[in-house]
Ligand binder design. Structure first.
Ligand code: VG1
Ligand code: CO
Length: 572
């Protein structure tokens, strides 16, 4: 039992909980444990992310979980879904949270077997079980292991990330709390065996981690048709789970249900440290998959997901699909999938995501929404039936089937397009460019900068915004520069300072913002987007094409001089 120490009082629970001799029933005392003051538990873009060592400090995780419970006062008797991406400290955290949920009066916790649930699977379970909420233990694409990252995220009853009103309430509670409640038992709760058990008045149901999710996918996509494609000797694919949570889901989906040959899924065993890599599906961190798709005898199709399974990267033979184009392709082909045929209401993208999807939406006469970065801004648009698809440049796309982005869903969507059109990945994307023009896109990240330095660069640019109009960038000029402010069209809430946008006269854009998911210093992200529709200029080198924008933004922020780095850490 962790905790800074002093037990304030014990509440003896009278029921021994084991009257009929059922196994797994544990009797309980509740203890209230004092914690120290924490000022650093403000959730970021996607939950609270810290080094594992911070979460392991006695009382730190407990304090934050208690703050979550305080922010949802209607929890007594309600159902909570609990699971994580399997990273280091996942299992210990599950034990603590189960004991705290019991002590705080939750009625039931549904936990993924062995503590495993991908983010999309958890979002689905919240909806299916009509739970009040869910706790996801993940730091997503951040590396795992004793020296790396851990995270805790709370999702609400629609299955989506808690909106800012709740994350701010969690933060407020975390600043005023001085104690947490936990069942006073040393007993290890068995989360390996599927079935129900009691922890005093609370039921713990250990459920199969993958079955409900796969059944949901079967309800969306035509599995017979997909199976014909994956069994065909004319089509080959590789899916790289990067030793993260999607391994078991992907084995079950592609190999078991859809009949792809064994070996289609690689790195399919989830490891606590993701095999030492970054579970981040992009050209840098999914290098082995990229090498395979660009090598000799490359398969027709390649895909990968991140630590918690909500991101996707799509590759064709010697071809990389920008996530912005991936979203546009999905919208353009939605009618090929019976589930979405004639059902698409609109689309939303995060502000830094390219305008490729806007072009498709305009063509289809669909509304398009531009939201701040992070999935929490999409939820109420989906609930209100204003949008059907959402996406972000950071390799995330999803639909109203849940309220999170969904990596394997996106892969099945792409496979469905290929099965229907019989076109290659490269042909599908090239046709999109021919029809709408190409939005060349790239993101440059300067990671782990000293926080002071990064904020200074941002505020320096903010101060100059009003003077930028009319300035030359390459062979075009700045039309407008602003600091993105979002007013939610559903609940009217306002989010300020969501990133600097520089709009150029030819539809191109430069965006910069600070990341809200890192755990060391500050990460400055630059997003570059250049629109070209000349038919002879659709297949140019991305970085060369964006060079004038890059030079301008680097000059404006002085990022290279200030950080003393000549190159960004990651280019996607
Ligand atoms: C990043 C991405 C953002 C994404 C978020 C969570 O946030 O840019 O688009 O929603 O990660 O994704 P930031 O604040 O670091 O830019 V996940 O898959 O890490 O939960
Ligand atoms: Co993720």
């Amino acid at each position: 039992m962790s905790g800074l120490g002093s037990v304030l009082h014990d509440d003896q629970i009278c029921n021994d909980g084991d009257a009929d001799g059922k196994p797994g029933s544990v009797s309980m005392q509740i203890k209230t444990v004092q914690t120290k003051e924490y000022q650093d538990q403000r959730p970021g873009t996607s939950g609270l992310r810290k080094k594992v060592k911070v979460f392991q400090e006695p009382g730190y995780l407990e304090h934050f979980v208690q703050a979550i419970f305080e922010a949802v006062p209607e929890h007594p008797g309600a159902t909570l879904i609990l699971g994580g991406d399997g990273r280091y400290f996942n299992r210990q955290a599950i034990q603590i949270i189960l004991k705290m949920a019991a002590a705080n009066g939750w009625g039931k916790v549904v936990v993924g077997q062995d503590g495993i649930l991908s983010t999309p699977a958890l979002s689905h379970l919240i909806r299916k079980r009509k739970a009040l909420g869910g706790i996801i233990l993940t730091a997503s694409h951040n590396p795992g292991g004793p020296e790396h990252d851990f995270g805790v995220k709370y999702n609400i009853s629609n299955g989506g990330p808690a909106p800012e009103s709740i994350t701010e309430a969690i933060w407020a509670a975390s600043k005023s709390l001085r104690s947490y409640r936990i069942a006073d038992t040393q007993a290890e709760i068995d989360i390996k065996r599927i079935g129900n058990q009691q922890l005093e008045t609370m039921t713990i149901e250990v459920c199969d981690s993958t079955a409900d999710y796969i059944a949901m996918m079967e309800g969306i996509f035509d599995f017979n048709h997909l199976s014909d494609l994956l069994r065909s000797k004319y089509f080959t694919m590789r899916y790289d789970a990067l030793h993260a949570v999607t391994g078991p889901y992907a084995h079950a989906l592609f190999e078991k249900h859809l009949g792809a040959p064994d070996g289609t899924v690689v790195h399919g065993v989830p490891l606590e440290d993701f095999g030492g890599g970054h579970p981040d599906p992009n050209l840098v961190y999914a290098k082995s998959l990229v090498n395979t798709l660009y090598g000799e005898d490359a398969p027709d199709f390649g895909a990968a997901s991140d630590g918690d399974g909500d991101r996707h990267m799509i590759l064709g033979r010697q071809f990389f699909v920008s996530p912005c184009d991936s979203l546009a392709v999905m919208l353009a082909h939605a009618d090929l999938i019976a589930h979405y045929h004639g059902q698409v209401k609109g689309v939303a993208r995060s502000m830094p995501t390219s305008q490729a999807v806007d072009a498709v939406a305009r063509d289809l006469h669909l509304p398009i929404f531009e939201t701040p970065t992070g999935w929490k801004y999409f939820g109420d648009l989906m609930d209100a039936d204003r949008v059907t698809f959402c996406g972000e440049e950071s390799f995330g796309a999803g639909s109203t089937h849940i309220r999170e982005k969904d990596g394997l869903w996106a892969v099945l969507f792409w496979l469905s397009i290929i099965a229907e059109t019989q076109l290659s990945v490269a042909e599908i994307v090239s046709r999109l460019w021919q029809k709408y023009g190409r939005y060349y896109f790239s993101r440059h990240d300067y990671e782990s900068l000293p926080t002071e330095e990064a904020s200074q660069m941002m505020s320096h640019v903010r101060q100059q915004l009003s003077d930028l109009e009319g300035k030359k960038v390459g062979d075009t000029t700045i039309r407008l520069a602003d600091d993105f402010r979002y007013q939610d069209p559903i609940d009217g809430s306002v989010a300020e300072h969501q990133g600097i946008r520089i709009h150029l006269a030819d539809q191109s854009r430069i965006v910069m913002r600070l990341s809200g998911t890192g755990t060391t210093g500050s990460t400055l992200r630059f997003y570059f987007e250049r629109f070209i529709d000349r038919p002879d200029a659709l297949h140019k080198d991305v970085q060369k094409t964006l060079q004038p924008l890059v030079e301008y933004a680097y000059g404006l922020t002085q990022v290279q001089q200030i950080s003393q780095r000549t190159l960004p850490d990651v280019i996607t």
